[in-house]
Write a protein that binds this ligand. Sequence first.
Ligand code: GDP
Ligand code: IMO
Ligand code: MG
Length: 420
Amino acid sequence: MVVGAQWGDEGKGKVIDLLTEKVDFVVRFQGGNNAGHTVVVGEQEFVMHLIPSGILHSGKFCVIGNGVVVDPGALLEEIESLKKRGIEVDDHLGVSDQAHLIFPYHKALDKLREAKVGPGKIGTTGRGIGPCYTDKAARVGIRLADLLDDEVFRRKLKLNLEEKNALFRSFYQAPAFEFEAIYQEYCGYRERIAPYCINAPVILNRAIQEGKSILFEGAQGTWLDIDHGTYPYVTSSNATAGGACVGTGVGPTQIDQVIGVVKAYTTRVGEGPFPTEFPPVLMEQIRSKGKEFGATTGRPRRCGWFDAVLVRHAILVNGMTEIAVTKLDVLDDSPRVKIATHYRLEGKTLEAPPATIDRWNQVEPVYEEHPGWLTDTTQVSCFEDLPPQARRYLKRLEELLRVKISIVSVGSKREQAFHV
Ligand code: GDP
Ligand code: IMO
Ligand code: MG
């Protein structure tokens, strides 16, 4: 399994792409098209939002699990755009019939809610993710299997619209949604999505029995997890390792390796606490060198130093067995690099993260400083060839995190990474 150990965008797509060669199935288990996983193959860049990044390798089967919230329009667009670029999709993709669907009213609610709260907003991607998971938990959600049954679909859509339209009209003073328009739009999707619809737990567990291997592709990251993240500045799903079991129907006894992905520094898109965030000049330098702009919304990412408190806790709650460090090359020009080893709060040392946002906003990171390597690492293809200061930086991370670094990435291309 590959999961993010920070606030998303750690380079999971790149790591998944590297590992896909060795597996038979690649499976997304949570999130939706709020994700943007970039894979660079030769001169071509692919940004995957819903379809597992494994689709770019031929001969693999990709699954969108029940834990994912699916915007059918976005999914079909992604399928078409991959096909146009010569990627085979049709016999290589399955979508769980239990996956919940995103509707136009979810996207509208997402945006209206953010606008209404103003400065206290979360900074969501506006893709309707939160409202769709809200309906799932409220047991009024519409799943793919419901869409395939016309009578059920009509009934559930009507019920949902009654309640939502009342909210739009009275609370948000926004236009209501017409049943017929949504019904027709989704009936159009029905025929096109039906061929991909599968009973995912049956297919995945059968594959395991046949000795096939499965790679679980996490979206977002540990600190955006609804339970373990910087709540309420999180997404609405379990982006941590446990989410893979509930989000696919594969039991925990089947999972034997959890790889956490981290950047050699830290980034975050959207609002919420970020103790090691850079001051403006450094922010600008690293953002431009690392091309830190969101793969989904294009928003500039906030950047900061590596935070070992965050990643240590991520290793703990995910049971990570190793980590992959990406974007080491982005620090190539930095004369000094810093790592936050712990926090200070009210005169006390904190080794673990605080429990409330107020406390999060008050913690002061305590740094150790290391000399930079001031050497181009983008052509390096093994650990021993890294400049000594870069090796020392990685070794120090291993010491602080108490897990092994098994992959290092030094550029966006497939070949710019190596196993350690
Ligand atoms: P994900 O959401 O975790 O898959 O990450 P994103 O794709 O949103 O963001 C990672 C960005 O960094 C993408 O633009 C990647 O092409 C790029 N990237 C990945 N690994 C490296 C690396 O080692 N060095 C550099 N310079 N870029 C990288
Ligand atoms: P990948 O898979 C980075 C952030 C949003 C916002 C918060 C809630 O590419 O790492 P949402 O739309 O999910 O309700 O927004 O979560 N967010 C991400 N940040 N990478 C992602 O995905 C993200 N998906 C959501 O910016 O702060
Ligand atoms: Mg991303």
